[in-house]
Design a protein around this ligand. Structure first.
Ligand SMILES: Nc1ncnc2c1ncn2[C@@H]1O[C@H](COP(=O)(O)OP(=O)(O)OP(=O)(O)O)[C@@H](O)[C@H]1O
Ligand SMILES: Nc1nc2c(c(=O)[nH]1)N=C(CO)CN2
Length: 174
């Protein structure tokens, strides 16, 4: 079959996905999640942040997290991308037990291009990302290689986040 003409292809969207793990071999869960996402034909890895160890926020009686952010380009819709992300969570044994509690892997769709939407199962941008240093720090990392001007707005937001001191324990550059 011939390749579709340029104007027949789905537009590519740049999306940012937040990853978190605080059970078991945390860095293996992060790398397996990225591998499974990138295995999808319609998802291309564009950039990744360093890996950050972070103190738990919200429900604090749990182990420290590893958090990171990846940027992907995709021809999928936002809900299709979320569905692929949830499939990856299930393959990696994610269980929903305690609200904001421990998890092998959590994938949050932070940004999908500049789409704003408020559907029951998908809110964009992610509704709590602007208050979370464990999201903003790796987001800035992944974004500044691709969209430096946009990254500046999140750096300014990070300055305004309350209680951010001490959330980031260490960073591993990858
Ligand atoms: N931008 C988004 N990214 C991921 N899930 C979302 C988003 N907006 C809404 N949701 C919905 O949130 C539901 C709960 O997600 P999840 O169990 O991962 O929450 P959580 O990770 O415990 O908490 P938080 O959303 O505060 O990080 C999902 O079933 C999904 O439909
Ligand atoms: N440090 C840290 N804390 C959290 C995290 C997380 O990924 N990292 N995720 C939560 C719910 O999504 C709640 N608290």
């Amino acid at each position: 079959m011939n390749a579709p003409d340029a104007d027949e292809r789905e537009p590519l969207i740049l999306a940012y996905i937040g990853l978190g793990s605080n059970i078991g071999d945390r860095s293996n869960y992060l790398s397996e999640a990225i591998r499974l996402l990138a295995e999808e034909e319609s998802i291309e890895l564009a950039s990744r942040s360093g890996i950050y160890e972070t103190e738990p926020v919200g429900y604090v009686d749990q182990d420290a997290f590893l958090n990171m952010v990846v940027a992907v380009t995709t021809s999928l819709s936002s809900s299709e991308l979320l569905e692929r992300m949830q499939r990856v969570e299930q393959r990696l044994g994610r269980k929903r037990e305690i609200h904001w509690g421990p998890r092998t892997i959590d994938l949050d769709l932070l940004l999908f291009g500049d789409v704003h939407q408020d559907a029951p199962d998908l809110i964009l941008p992610h509704p709590r990302m602007m208050e979370r240093a464990f999201v903003l720090v790796p987001l800035i990392d992944a974004m500044e290689k691709l969209e430096a001007a946009r990254a500046r707005t999140y750096r300014e937001q990070l300055e305004r986040v309350e209680g951010k001191e001490g959330v980031i324990v260490w960073k591993k550059t990858c």
